[in-house]
Ligand binder design. Structure first.
Ligand code: SF4
Length: 421
């Protein structure tokens, strides 16, 4: 989501005549895009602000330092008081104001929530050959632990035809993959059109581009959507389905709207229709009230589903959310200990599932250069990373590779043939 926000900011600023530099020592304007979902990310961005403030004191330092994104929306004006080196605080719905604010040279916080869809912002496409298209913004779910509805505002969906036009443009420009983005893509609704129909139409217009989407809420994950994934060959066989906990009681306290059994039955529905689907999840350890037994349910859920990949976190308290101040908080040390157990269990599962690919063939989209000279990085339809020793492959090309090894989520591959797109 924030990569896409950075793209929007680039598009808006480039259109206004500003030019990007990667070197913060020579920049006139420095922008930070912040995330408020977890305390750790917020602490890091605020730490970075303190570092950048020292650049202001040097001759030729930046004339404007701006904090964008969800932390800006969360704290607004307060940040200007706390960080004297900070000039602008701009929330996620106010990026169109950036050029005017930068030119005005004022110190200001513009962070209110608006019905902003960012239509007609030129797409810079820096992540070529992968592209992101936002289909909806905001969230109305108010899960007990989550700050997103407070900083990104209410749900609003973009126009069906604008999304399709953007996808067609990406296809014309030779992109290899488009990811449809939304806090909860299943909540997409535009004049009676829901997400399964949108996905189907996008797949039709995408030609040979791969199509992904993120994020799906398990309570809204439907048979109709599964049918589109199964029927459309260019919709990737990959679903990110955040479960958060394996305990029905904790899920109830979180306000997630499904039980452990509901979740498992959605996974079964998906695997029945798309047998080789790659499923990833988010799970947190130590939500308030999580007993040892609840925690064991999370461990057994990881094992039962055998996720290909999981993003695992310890519960992080966010002010203003319902969970903040809930009774029976789990001590920080215990949260961390539980997180380590989840990580250890999942590491084994990920490795086991990745190794099943070794010796087989996969189609990959070459996405860029690897860490070592001559290496290329590709992604499979399941979003697995494949490292190739093939300097002749250009980003954007599709290739069939033989998987020769696996280390966690990263695989090694050798080129069999370049595919006709
Ligand atoms: S659905 Fe996702 S974004 Fe919305 S409140 Fe719940 S966790 Fe946050």
């Amino acid at each position: 989501m924030n990569v896409r926000d950075a793209e929007l900011i680039r598009g808006i600023l480039e259109e206004a005549g500003l030019q990007e530099t990667e070197d913060s020592r020579t920049a006139d304007v420095i922008l930070l895009v912040s995330c408020a979902v977890r305390e750790h990310a917020e602490t890091r961005v605020l730490g970075r602000l303190t570092q950048l403030a020292s650049l202001r004191k040097k001759a030729g330092g930046p004339s404007c330092i701006c904090l964008c994104g969800c932390v800006a929306r969360e704290h607004g004006d307060d940040l200007l008081d706390r960080f004297p080196g900070l000039d602008l605080v701009v929330g996620p719905d106010c990026y169109r104001d950036l050029p005017g604010l930068i030119r005005s040279g004022t110190r200001e916080a513009v962070a209110q929530s608006r019905r902003e869809h960012y239509e007609n912002v030129p797409s810079v496409g820096r992540a070529f050959p992968r592209a992101f298209v936002t289909v909806m913004r905001g969230c109305d779910n108010y899960c007990a632990y989550c700050i997103v509805p407070l900083v990104r505002g209410r749900e609003r969906s973009r126009s069906f035809s604008m999304i399709l036009a953007e996808v067609e443009e990406l296809r014309e420009r030779g992109f290899g993959e488009v990811a449809l983005l939304g806090q909860n893509v299943n909540s997409y609704r535009y004049r009676g059109t829901g997400f399964p129909r949108l996905l189907d139409s996008v797949a039709e217009r995408a030609g040979r581009m791969w199509v992904r989407f993120v994020t799906s809420h398990p309570k809204d994950f439907s048979q109709n959507l599964v049918e589109v994934i199964a029927a459309r060959p260019n919709v990737c066989n990959q679903v990110h389905l955040p479960v958060q906990s394996g305990s029905s009681e904790i899920l109830r306290r979180m306000g997630r709207g499904y039980t452990r059994e509901d979740y498992l039955s959605k996974v079964r529905m998906l695997r029945r229709a798309v047998p080789d689907v790659v499923i990833s999840t988010d799970m947190m350890a130590g939500f308030p009230g999580e007993t040892e037994e609840d925690f064991r349910s999370s461990v057994t859920l990881l094992e039962e589903v055998a996720f290909d990949y999981a993003f695992l976190f310890r519960y992080s308290e966010r002010k203003g959310t319902r969970a903040c101040g809930m009774e029976n908080a789990v001590p920080e040390e215990e949260r961390l200990g539980r997180l380590h157990v989840l990580q250890e269990v999942q590491r084994g599962i990920t490795l086991r599932r990745s190794r099943r690919l070794v010796g087989g063939h996969r189609k990959v989209l070459v996405t860029g250069e690897g860490k070592m000279p001559g290496q290329r990085i590709g992604r499979t339809e399941g979003n697995r990373v494949v490292v190739l020793e093939e300097p002749s492959l250009d980003p954007g090309s599709f290739a069939e590779v033989r998987i020769t090894g696996a280390d966690g989520w990263t695989h090694m591959g050798s080129l069999e043939r370049v595919c006709d797109r």
